[in-house]
Design a binder for this molecule. Structure first.
Ligand code: AMP
Ligand code: GLY
Length: 420
């Protein structure tokens, strides 16, 4: 039996903790720092690598890293040096997410389909470039900016203002020392996530996120307002294409360049004319994609994490999934992704059906009560035999949970319905 330490505090980490605690091999699941929904919380910040290593050593833990920041800081390299088992990519492998420029150059030299791009550190040169081309662009800060350093532009004027925001005003700090200006691709987005041991990659079930804050994809980008799995947008034919031309190509090219990619590889895909373009890589599970994907897992997740670390995924049985749809509606605090209030009491958990997963994100426990403590507060995740029934169940469940600033999109999953 093994103890697990899940690093992180979001809905993704609650879902992973929940699933891992069902494993026959797992004794206790700790979460650092966790939230109001996770058990056995350990008061350590995700960036306190020394503290986390000490805890894992003392408690004989297999560590699972949820978010990108500690991965980019080298938590996996540090734990490996100490002979501690840890699931996730090394610092070198995490560059696929921590430097968008590194990732774009990697894709270019390995012929992985992505939007054409130019790199700038000089605002004037970037502006001249934008004025010289006749297509719309997306301007991206190079480094990690909590999902906010990407500005999708509808005109030269918007592009120039985006360039100034990142390179001149430094709104995203040093993450914006360099920018990518890339062609805007107007297609359909989906998330494709695979689990790798550096040699092979097993695909997770497909999913689709809803990044904008308001219905019909209006308003600013967020971390994700809801997700569902599987998505009919990723047909079997497309899944095969993405698996071969994006995921396997990436894992093999990384290996050829001397970097074993272990962990979750997430490709944010834009599909246009049946071609899957990589918009971004993440080196971790998606949040909220993790919540519906985890609800559909019909296998022991710890076994696969362990095989990823040991490099033995090729000898594992293929993954099996519940033949149902899962829909996760994110309940947020009104105002998110801008300023919002916290410390509001959340009620109604006792009325939720046992087959629905209520994954906590921005919550905390205080005197036996659950209080809001973040922008994205809960991910209510329901299963249904059709996408439509999963949507209906999720939306009837969210009515049972209340707090004064509850807010959510009302159209999670609906984009998928037109495909049936
Ligand atoms: P990223 O963090 O790179 O995934 O970008 C955030 C969001 O911006 C994506 O989910 C897309 O909706 C949008 N986006 C990024 N790159 C492009 C692109 N080249 N064309 C169109 N939309 C894009
Ligand atoms: N839901 C998008 C992400 O995890 O980056």
């Amino acid at each position: 039996m093994v103890n697990i330490l899940v690093v992180g505090s979001g809905g993704r980490e609650h879902a992973l903790s929940w699933k891992l605690s069902q494993s026959n091999h797992v004794e206790t699941v700790y979460t650092a720092p966790g939230n109001g929904g996770t058990e056995n919380n350990v008061e350590l910040d995700v960036n306190d690598l020394d503290g986390l290593a000490e805890f894992a050593q003392k408690n004989n833990c297999f560590t699972v890293v949820g978010p990108e920041d500690p991965l980019a800081s080298g938590i996996v390299d540090k734990f490996n040096k100490l002979n501690l088992k840890v699931f996730g990519p090394s610092q070198a492998a995490a560059q696929l997410e921590s430097s968008k420029i590194w990732a774009k150059n990697f894709m270019k030299r390995n012929n992985i389909p992505t939007a054409q791009f130019e790199i700038f550190d000089d605002a004037q040169k970037a502006i001249e470039y934008v004025q010289s081309i006749d297509f719309n662009v997306v301007v991206k800060a190079d480094g990690l900016a909590a999902g906010k350093g990407v500005i999708v532009c509808n005109s030269d004027t918007e592009a120039i203002s985006a360039i100034e925001t990142i390179l001149v005003k430094k709104t995203f700090g040093d993450a914006g020392n360099k920018i990518i200006v890339e062609e805007r691709i107007d297609g359909i987005e989906a998330s494709y996530i695979a689990l790798s041991d550096g040699n092979v990659a097993l695909p997770m079930a497909s999913s689709q996120d809803h990044k904008r804050v308001f219905d019909n994809d209006k308003g600013p980008n967020t971390g994700g307002m809801g997700a569902y799995s599987p998505t009919p947008i990723v047909t079997d034919d497309l899944a095969k294409k993405i698996q071969e031309e994006v995921i396997e190509k990436t894992i093999h090219a990384m290996k050829n360049e001397g970097i074993l990619f272990k962990g979750f590889l997430y490709a944010g895909i834009m599909i246009k004319d049946n071609i899957p373009y990589v918009l971004e890589y993440n080196v971790r599970m998606g949040d909220p994609e993790c919540q519906p994907i985890t609800m559909r897992m019909d296998f022991d997740l710890y076994d696969y994490f362990s095989a990823s670390v040991d490099g033995t995924l090729s000898s594992m049985p293929s993954l099996s999934w519940k033949d149902q749809f899962a829909v996760c509606v994110v309940l947020a605090s009104d105002g998110y992704p801008g300023p919002y209030s916290t410390n509001d009491e959340i009620t109604g958990f006792e009325n939720i059906s046992s087959s629905t997963g209520v994954f906590h994100a921005g919550t905390k426990k205080s005197n036996g009560k659950i209080l809001s403590n973040g922008g994205r507060v809960l991910g209510v995740t329901s299963l249904g035999d059709s996408l439509e029934s999963a949507i209906n169940i999720a939306y009837s469940e969210i009515e049972k949970i209340n707090w004064s600033n509850k807010f959510c999109r009302s159209d999670i999953g609906k984009k998928g319905l037109s495909y049936f």
